[in-house]
Ligand binder design. Sequence first.
Ligand SMILES: Nc1ncnc2c1ncn2[C@@H]1O[C@H](COP(=O)(O)OP(=O)(O)O)[C@@H](O)[C@H]1O
Ligand SMILES: [Mg+2]
Length: 412
Amino acid sequence: MTMTPRQGDPALEASLRPLAAIVLAVVDPDPTVRTTIALELGGLGVVTYPDSEVESLAGYRPGPQPLVVIFGPGLADAAGLAKVESFTRTRPDAGAVLVTAELSTELLQQAFRAGVRDVLALPVETAALYQSLERVARNLTGFPASSPPVETPSMHGRVIAVTSTKGGSGKSVVATNLATVLAQQTPGPVVLLDGDLQFGDVAVMMRLGASHTLAEAVTAGDRLDSQYLQSLLVRHEPSGLLVLMAPLEPSFSELVSAKDVLRIIELLRGFCAHVVIDTQAGLNDVTLAVIEQSDDTLMVASTDVPNIKDTKIGLQTLHRLGVDASKLTLVLNRANSKVHLDISEVEHTLGMKAEHQIPSSLVVPLSVNRGVPVVLDAPKSEVAGAFERLASRFAVGEHAIPVKRSRTLFGR
Ligand SMILES: Nc1ncnc2c1ncn2[C@@H]1O[C@H](COP(=O)(O)OP(=O)(O)O)[C@@H](O)[C@H]1O
Ligand SMILES: [Mg+2]
């Protein structure tokens, strides 16, 4: 779907301003569509929901400001409009706007009957979208009474960053398996944040369907709070691990700043025992900020010469940047492989002990292709044992202060 970009147009910027007084939500089954519309309203703090969660949107009462919901093209049919109507009936105080790919008289009638106050046909001019939203907002009366306060988060979860200088070292395999074991063993919630913003593999490695992503947390701007962030987490049923998935489109990564990611981590650690973060290869701004913020950073390296050379440079860079060496742990992946280097040689080169070694095994790619973490797919394997030892390093009680789980937040 295309929308006209708004950047750099002073008139458009001005017409965006009145919208700051309202709360905007976007609903569509397609996460890319949701994010595209939310980005179009950039800076306004837009919350986004899939159509399957219209009910929870109906319960969303962020404060005294009026709520205007943009229903996307995925709801511009009879079934979608039934969901729109269920929303407008529950929330007569809110405004509803429908964006559709095809406009017909019949659809218009159905939309208005469903309680929609304005219908826009794609491609939507950004100015027209703003005007429509303002018009709808202006006519809203009967502001909702504010909802009871949400339980204040009171944890200080341990943040574990999983990094490597080179792609293909095994970061995502380490992050998914470590997080899975921690989720199984820890009483408090454990979150895995896919911080490989361009090519996040966690969703595939854990066979999680596309629903919410980190892009939604970022487009929410100031509206991002602990409760909304929790609603964006996807549960990995077999382990109970909660996952914040990477954006679906590589280009969205450009819109995510280190500051955004740090804010998300702070909110996550506020209600989690552990926050495990998979990262992009190398040391970009976001990854450096994540390392800085972390309590522990695992440096994953595989035992071949170029990888060790780059790891050495990476470690030197972190040292120069003042990263506390005591929080860095070297994890040697595929450590037993015969074609690779001797471990003592590697330790000597890096000036660091290889505290954890993950053997090379066919069970790893098999589990990756199945979308099941190897600790669940081959729990008796040597590799699974290595991940359990790694996880025991982060045993509960050391950093995290477990609190009781809130029913409202995890009852999805
Ligand atoms: N210990 C291992 N034994 C065998 N294959 C492995 C091992 N670790 C990783 N792999 C393989 O290497 C690939 C790359 O690993 P991945 O975790 O995606 O790397 P990164 O996230 O650092 O780019 C995986 O798909 C997996 O099949
Ligand atoms: Mg990866």
